[in-house]
Design a protein around this ligand. Structure first.
Ligand SMILES: [Zn+2]
Length: 293
């Protein structure tokens, strides 16, 4: 859910502290809401909740992909019980003593309590259909999945581990927030840091499959998420840099309908393949084999 309190109010702030304030297709309620029956935001059908969950939180009617948390994503994509977390001891701090409507230090504690995560990314190693991989997933529930120092550092260390151990690297992005404005320039540095680690990984012959999910915006889209040797996306995901309102306010041009969806970006060469959640695990395993990794 886009946190109203983190939404910048002035255009200047919006432009300088790049973050996706507009995430219109992010469901208001995260994931599959409680209750026996749920309404699909995609087709409006009433769905039996357990049926949706059984289908990895995808609508059986229209294939609307509901939000999934980082830990659910690990269950969906890695072989049972194979995930071994790395660098979980790294915890966010508040180096700038930043405060918007709430102190950042307090926001962190509240987000940790609410999501059960210590920051917006989980990293580690695991198996995908018996192939060992380095794996990361960002969670848009934690300050919009934005990239602060801990997200950047955990990802960088994961890439370095993948380089040392010659493991295929899979990063699933669900980040509506881009770089985390609460950490200012320290957040922006993470873009360069992770990208540099990925360049070294690439030089060493590594295979990086980037999986874009709804939403992937801002500094996350502008750095590691776009750097995959293969870029997969879930259907109808919101993917882009700034939101449409910000673009319009900045350059005064109305962009084409749906220009920030997986389908549009696939048509224009930004994404290699749209893969449904159900097929994701198999397609990644296949790609690893095709690439001889
Ligand atoms: Zn539906």
């Amino acid at each position: 859910m886009p946190d109203a309190e983190t939404t910048p109010t002035s255009p200047a702030q919006d432009a300088s502290l790049e973050q996706a304030a507009e995430t219109p297709t992010v469901p208001k309620k995260r994931g599959v809401p409680e209750g026996l029956w749920i309404k699909c935001p995609g087709c409006g059908a009433s769905l039996y909740r357990k049926e949706v969950q059984r289908r990895l939180n995808v609508c059986p009617n229209c294939e609307y992909h509901f939000y999934v948390s980082a830990s659910e994503r690990i269950q969906h994509m890695l072989d049972d019980g194979t995930f071994e977390p790395c660098d979980d001891h790294l915890r966010p701090t508040d180096p700038l003593d930043f405060s918007d409507r709430k102190r950042y230090a307090e926001r962190l504690v509240a987000e940790q309590k609410r999501t059960g995560l210590t920051d917006a990314v989980l990293t580690g190693t695991g198996m995908i259909r018996a192939r060992r991989v380095a794996f990361a997933v960002t969670d848009s529930a934690f300050i919009m999945g934005s990239m602060g120092s801990v997200v950047g550092e955990r990802l960088t260390r994961l890439v370095e581990r993948a380089t040392e151990q010659n493991l295929p690297l899979i990063i699933v992005s669900g980040s509506g927030g881009g770089a985390r404005m609460h950490e200012g320039i320290l957040s922006l540095m993470q873009m360069a840091k992770v990208s540099a680690a990925l360049a070294r990984f690439d030089k060493a012959g590594g295979l990086f499959i980037s999986v874009l999910t709804n939403p992937t915006m801002g500094g996350v889209a502008a750095s590691f998420a776009s750097l995959g040797d293969l870029v997969f996306a879930e259907p109808k995901a919101l993917i882009g840099f700034a939101g449409p309102r910000t673009i319009k306010a900045t350059i005064g041009i109305e962009l084409p309908e749906g220009f920030q969806t997986s389908e549009f970006l696939m048509e224009h060469g930004y994404i290699d393949r749209i893969v449904t959640r159900e097929r994701l695990k198999s397609e990644i395993a296949q790609a690893i084999d095709y690439c001889g990794k």
